[in-house]
Design a protein around this ligand. Structure first.
Ligand SMILES: [Zn+2]
Length: 218
């Protein structure tokens, strides 16, 4: 999880940049960071990315993966994704001056937020992920969510796999079988978590600029 210490977010231009040397402690504001932004070329305040408030969830994911507790890694990975997505959604509303942000965003389900994302940005979320090189992020999310929900409703951490029965008249026959989650699920969820960090760094950057407010002459 070294990625937790390398990205930072420029408070002026919204560029999220993967360079730990930009997190220079601001002597005048203890606990804050300030440096020359390579993107907007101003000396600006920077905040760590992912946001500090989400650091514990990412750390818990790494810890549970190390302990080989796949279901916990899956549950936490979904939480990390949902929190990062909500942060992106808030960011877009705020930076496009759509207020009040909380009243609009709270209580809306994920699919509606995806539709509003399209309305506000003109981009289809899933295709946009593909453009950024994270084509499988959404499919992986859905698979992880399915296993998480299965556990939440049954208390049993399992997955369905296809077992090959062999060839019959030249055709491969398979049947579905339920098996326990294993280390490969932890590893995949951990990889998914790293993808979340890299992918949302791009998304937060791409939609990080404040829209200019048009002024009218009367
Ligand atoms: Zn900047």
């Amino acid at each position: 999880m070294r990625s937790l210490d390398s990205y930072s977010d420029c408070l002026k231009c919204g560029s999220v940049i993967n360079d730990s040397s930009l997190l220079v402690p601001d002597e005048l504001n203890p606990g804050k960071y300030r440096s020359l932004c390579p993107s907007c070329k101003h000396e600006t305040m920077r905040t760590p990315f992912p946001p500090r408030s989400l650091r514990p969830v990412f750390e818990m994911i790494a810890e549970c993966a190390e302990l080989n507790r796949p279901i916990l890694v899956l549950i936490l990975a979904c939480t990390a994704y949902e929190s990062m997505f909500d942060g992106l959604f808030y960011r877009i509303l705020e930076r496009q001056h759509v207020f009040p942000v909380e009243a609009i965003a709270d209580g809306i389900e994920y699919r509606s937020k995806i539709r509003i994302f399209h309305n506000l940005t003109g981009k289809r979320f899933e295709s946009y992920l593909g453009k950024l090189g994270f084509k499988k992020l959404h499919t992986n999310l859905m698979e992880i969510k399915r296993r998480r929900n299965g556990f939440i409703h049954t208390g049993v951490a399992h997955k369905e796999v296809e077992v090959k029965l062999g060839l019959h008249s030249g055709k491969q026959f398979c049947f579905p079988k339920r098996v326990d989650l294993d280390q490969s699920d932890s590893e995949r969820a951990l990889k998914f978590t790293l993808d979340i960090i890299h992918c949302f760094a791009r998304l937060y950057s791409d939609f990080g600029k404040y829209a200019e407010i048009e002024s009218y002459d009367y």
